[in-house]
Design a protein around this ligand. Structure first.
Ligand SMILES: *[C@@H]1O[C@H](CO)[C@@H](O)[C@H](O)[C@H]1NC(C)=O
Ligand SMILES: *[C@@H]1O[C@H](CO)[C@@H](O)[C@H](O)[C@H]1NC(C)=O
Ligand SMILES: *[C@@H]1O[C@H](CO)[C@@H](O)[C@H](O)[C@H]1NC(C)=O
Ligand SMILES: *[C@@H]1O[C@H](CO)[C@@H](O)[C@H](O)[C@H]1NC(C)=O
Ligand SMILES: *[C@@H]1O[C@H](CO)[C@@H](O)[C@H](O)[C@H]1NC(C)=O
Ligand SMILES: *[C@@H]1O[C@H](CO)[C@@H](O)[C@H](O)[C@H]1NC(C)=O
Ligand SMILES: *[C@@H]1O[C@H](CO)[C@@H](O)[C@H](O)[C@H]1NC(C)=O
Ligand SMILES: *[C@@H]1O[C@H](CO)[C@@H](O)[C@H](O)[C@H]1NC(C)=O
Ligand SMILES: *[C@@H]1O[C@H](CO)[C@@H](O)[C@H](O)[C@H]1NC(C)=O
Ligand SMILES: *[C@@H]1O[C@H](CO)[C@@H](O)[C@H](O)[C@H]1NC(C)=O
Ligand SMILES: *[C@@H]1O[C@H](CO)[C@@H](O)[C@H](O)[C@H]1NC(C)=O
Length: 467
């Protein structure tokens, strides 16, 4: 290691002689000695990055990553400062270390990003192994620069939809993306103000996201927290997610998703805190959610299965939920638990949902639990064990709607109930306690609402409903 460092500093020294003060935009070239120990550590400053938050440091950052990757991998450090950049392409073996006081600022111009909309990220790893981001600092998407018109109901966003490859308000860059990658680690870093989704994990195997703070604008649509797509063996732990749209959101578009665990997280969202879907073309299997606090969200635990993928083996334990109404422009109707499967449209297949466990759940909520299978796509073998739900109204938004969006039956008028059930076979409720506040309970009818002919094999043990 000593020899490696000597060589490294010699290289630095001679490069600073030849190019005395390189302009921020032209990267310093440094050839690092090869190492296979993944211990190399370089600073983007040594490659000419200005860190002034005004001039683009894209090329200097990329030069530092290239040098680090060439040397066999290691850390690329961002010392305190603001680094304005276009897309940063991560390479195998490289971990970005955004130090405390350092901030990577995603560019807000379309030319800062690659030509293809599917590659619009501030930090992007494709087909990479052993990659990550850490350091205690911040990656900031400058989301506010993408707000065309602020609106407390729902902001109107800038759209880069020139090519027709993305539509309407879904045409903005995401913050960080790992595509087709293995052994991905994101830890101890703050991910702030994404313009669109925040973290996107696609077709990856072996990802851990821990001690991450995600803060997105509460009124910005599609400001998702973590979207995990077609990926296996994912761990999310000790994260705090406060954002406008879905917070932890597994999806399947091109392949199945297996073995996802999320624990010890805190979530607030104007949409759904934990949501499977709505892209659900392939199967979901073995998902575990434990010790999660969900605060003031539009929906707590949600299944929005719309495209024919099947879901089985999902366990939620030790979860505290508070759900409330927000503007109906946002999906969600204050349901603490929402399990739905229905075909998105006339051409869609319907997926099955089976083997769900909800254990040790307590909720305070403005609406009831919604369990809705559909013709040909029943819900089977659902267990609710040790579940307390307190029903109370505290906002003035109207209730009385069942929400099947996206697609399906849309928003339909329906009485409010403690649990609405349709198209279910095999439901056990054990030690379930419903508590009702007398005030403002207009529109609430029954603790339980069984819709016609479609509910079979239900058992209640130790069920209570009281005021
Ligand atoms: C590093 O490379 C050396 C020589 O090429 C080799 O002997 C050693 O096993 C390698 N170490 C690792 C950890 O791959
Ligand atoms: C992904 O990387 C592997 C080796 O690391 C390589 O064989 C493969 O061609 C790469 N695939 C793509 C799509 O780049
Ligand atoms: C881009 O999206 C906006 C908002 O949905 C729409 O008004 C506009 O017509 C779209 N432009 C193109 C070229 O698709
Ligand atoms: C995830 O595992 C399933 C089942 O083994 C497999 O079909 C799929 O290709 C895996 N996905 C990835 C991204 O490795
Ligand atoms: C995914 O990773 C696990 C080990 O973490 C490994 O056993 C499995 O073969 C990998 N699957 C694929 C498709 O790479
Ligand atoms: C599930 O994924 C975790 C990583 O989150 C891994 O440690 C574990 O071995 C995986 N389990 C199986 C059965 O593959
Ligand atoms: C549950 O998660 C919180 C963080 O949200 C953590 O502080 C607490 O220690 C965890 N509880 C247990 C029992 O692990
Ligand atoms: C879901 O399960 C049904 C019934 O077993 C099966 O016909 C269908 O192909 C499955 N869907 C997928 C995407 O595998
Ligand atoms: C449910 O909570 C009780 C009491 O806090 C605890 O003993 C039990 O282990 C919990 N069950 C699960 C599945 O976590
Ligand atoms: C449900 O309420 C009962 C009575 O207040 C309490 O003993 C129990 O711990 C609560 N269970 C959960 C999961 O919060
Ligand atoms: C009723 O549902 C339970 C699971 O909740 C299942 O084990 C059982 O086989 C079902 N019985 C019938 C007759 O379908």
């Amino acid at each position: 290691m000593a020899a490696l460092h000597t060589l490294f500093y010699l290289a630095l020294f001679s490069s600073s002689i030849s190019a005395q003060s390189p302009p921020a935009t032209s990267p310093t070239t440094i050839q690092l000695p090869r190492s296979n120990t993944s211990q190399t550590s370089v600073s983007v400053k040594d490659f000419g990055a200005s860190g002034d938050g005004k001039s683009y440091d894209t090329r200097c950052i990329q030069a530092a990553i290239a040098a680090c990757a060439m040397a066999g991998g290691g850390r690329v450090r961002f010392p305190a400062g603001s680094y304005l950049t276009g897309t940063i392409f991560l390479r195998s073996g490289v971990v970005l270390e955004v130090e405390k006081g350092a901030r990577i600022l995603g560019g807000a111009k379309e030319r800062d990003y690659p030509a293809e909309a599917r590659r619009w990220y501030v930090v992007l790893a494709e087909n990479a192994t052993d990659v990550g981001i850490t350091g205690g600092g911040e990656i900031n998407g400058q989301g506010w620069k993408f707000v065309k018109r602020m609106n407390p109901r729902k902001n109107v966003m800038v759209s880069w939809n020139k090519t027709g490859k993305c539509y309407g308000d879904e045409c903005r860059p995401r913050l960080i993306g790992f595509l087709d990658s293995r052994n991905v680690r994101v830890w101890n870093v703050n991910l702030i103000e994404p313009a669109y989704w925040c973290v996107h994990i696609v077709r990856c195997n072996g990802t851990s996201i821990q001690d991450v703070l995600i803060h997105g604008d509460f009124n910005t649509p599609n400001n998702d927290g973590i979207d995990i797509e077609d990926s296996n063996n994912t761990l999310i732990t000790r994260c705090k997610i406060d954002t406008g749209d879905d917070a932890i959101c597994p999806k399947t578009s091109t392949g199945p998703l297996y073995n996802l665990t999320a624990t010890d997280c805190w979530i607030r969202t104007k949409s759904c805190a934990i949501k499977l879907g709505s892209a659900t073309w392939f199967d979901f299997k073995d998902l575990f959610f434990n010790n999660i606090t969900i605060v003031d969200s539009h929906r707590g635990l949600g299944f929005q299965i719309r495209d024919g993928g099947n879901v089985s083996g999902v366990t939620f334990s030790n979860i505290k939920i508070s759900t409330r109404y927000y503007d109906p422009l946002w999906w969600g109707r204050a349901e603490p638990i929402y399990v739905t499967t229905c075909p998105r449209d006339l051409n869609s297949k319907v997926g099955f949902i089976s083997n769900l466990v909800f254990n040790n759940i307590s909720a305070e909520s403005e609406n009831g639990i919604f369990l809705s299978g559909s013709q040909g796509g029943i819900l089977s073998n659902l267990k609710f064990i040790n579940v307390n739900v307190t029903y109370r109204r505290w906002t003035d938004f109207p209730g009385g709607l069942a929400d099947y969006r996206p697609g399906c039956n849309g928003l339909v008028h329906h009485n409010t109930a403690g649990i609405i059930m349709e198209h279910i076979s095999g439901l056990e409720l054990e030690n379930v306690n419903m508590k009702w506040f007398r005030n403002k309970l207009k529109g609430w009818n029954n603790p339980l609402d069984f819709r016609p002919n479609t509910v079979n094999n239900i058992s209640f043990i130790d069920f209570h409903s009281s005021v």
